[in-house]
Design a protein around this ligand. Structure first.
Ligand SMILES: [Zn+2]
Length: 257
């Protein structure tokens, strides 16, 4: 395990000072890696906080380029980077924030095989994508290799957050998403409020840190729902669905949905 340098001990002092977090857990972060899929609003906030917090390695996945309509909420990008690949610009911005974090980039769409091979190389996966098809794909692939997934989703003035560790009796993302129906809209169609995206990206980073360092109680088997129109926070417990096509009894690992 890589030891923290004196410079790093100083840099992360406010985290190390946290009760029961200490140098040991900061050192775990230095030796941990996260796969961040989607470098939009959620991914910008999540990657920014994970790099600043001292995570050892981040791999950024996104095939998109920056457009002007991204700039209200995708806080790693500025006007001068329009039309450039998001992952390349994000890599430079994150390296400027913390050069101790190794940043790797993937700017292509991934099929299941490529995604699984990438997932296996990381300690945790953070889903920052904006559509249901990709979220279901990430869940399916994480389930196959039992890699913890931190999932966040935002729309209009509302957001959802949950964590999946795929232990035998725990639900998967599909057990949750089926409760919300198939025709979920995206923020392209409905709009989304910028600071809300930052809130959820930050909370995804926080849950990832908690899972990696076994600190606190992550949102496993629970979904946090926030309606920022009224600032109502609620939590709902949900359970594994026995007939879930991904994690249920009849699962064949070859689900095509
Ligand atoms: Zn399931």
């Amino acid at each position: 395990m890589l030891e923290l340098t004196d410079q790093e001990l100083f840099r992360y002092d406010r985290q190390i000072t946290l009760r029961d977090f200490d140098i040991d857990k900061q050192q775990i972060l230095k030796n941990s890696s996260a796969l961040i899929i989607g470098l939009g609003g959620l991914g910008c906030a999540a990657s920014l906080y994970l790099a600043a917090s001292g995570l050892g390695k981040l791999t950024l996945v996104d095939f998109d380029t920056i457009s002007k309509s991204n700039l209200n909420r995708q806080i790693l990008y500025t006007e001068s980077f329009i039309n450039q690949y998001k992952v390349e610009v994000a890599k430079e911005a994150l390296t400027n924030i913390n050069a101790n974090t190794l940043i790797e980039t993937v700017n292509q769409r991934l099929d299941d095989n490529k995604l699984i091979s990438l997932i296996k190389q990381h300690d945790i996966v953070i889903d920052c994508t904006d559509n249901l098809v990709t979220r279901e794909q990430i869940n399916r692939c994480c389930f196959q290799v039992k890699k913890t997934l931190v999932s966040g989703a935002v729309i209009r003035m509302e957001g959802l957050l949950s964590v999946f560790t795929y232990q035998p009796n725990e639900p998967c993302y599909h057990c949750l998403s089926r409760l919300f129906g198939k025709d979920q809209l995206t923020c392209v169609e409905t709009g989304v409020m910028a600071p809300l995206v930052g809130m959820f990206g930050s909370m995804q980073a926080l849950e990832a840190i908690k899972v990696l360092t076994q600190y606190g109680k992550p949102l496993i088997g629970r979904v946090l729902m926030i309606d920022t129109m009224t600032m109502e926070f609620s939590q709902v417990k949900f359970t594994k669905q026995p007939n879930c096509p991904v994690c249920g009894n009849g699962n064949t690992n070859q689900v095509s949905q």
